[in-house]
Design a protein. Structure first.
Length: 127
């Protein structure tokens, strides 16, 4: 039996198929999911609701995940300074990982990811 994760997560992903698959995985363990299709939507949504974690695709239109993370980390009130942000990317190059860390992402999930890997990273950052 899969344990339930009581959390509100913002999924930042521009690919519709990836949105659906990820949302189903998250809902399977009881996570409340909102979806942003680009970094600009992320910046808008975080001011409307409190999230426990953000799953952030690195490559999105308008504003990518790296830029959105940097913006969140630098917001004046410091509210998002410690919010866990997990990079989602198909690019597993070391320099991509380093860029994610530089802007303040807390962890890294390479796409495509399994249900088990997703749950492990959530448990690591939500416990």
């Amino acid at each position: 039996m899969i344990s339930q994760i009581n959390a509100r997560i913002l999924l930042a992903e521009d690919n519709k198929a990836n949105q659906r698959v990820s949302a189903v995985m998250l809902q399977k363990v009881g996570v409340e999911v909102d979806i942003a299709e680009d970094g600009l939507q992320v910046l808008s949504l975080v001011t409307q609701k409190d999230y426990d974690l953000i799953l952030m695709d690195c490559q999105m239109p308008n504003m990518d995940g790296l830029e959105a993370t940097a913006e969140l980390r630098q917001m004046q009130d410091g509210k998002y300074k410690n919010l866990p942000i997990i990079a989602l990317t198909a690019d597993v190059q070391q320099d991509t990982r380093e860029k994610c860390e530089e802007v303040g992402m807390n962890d890294f999930l390479s796409k495509p990811f399994t249900f088990d890997k997703l749950i492990k990273v959530l448990q690591k950052h939500l416990d």
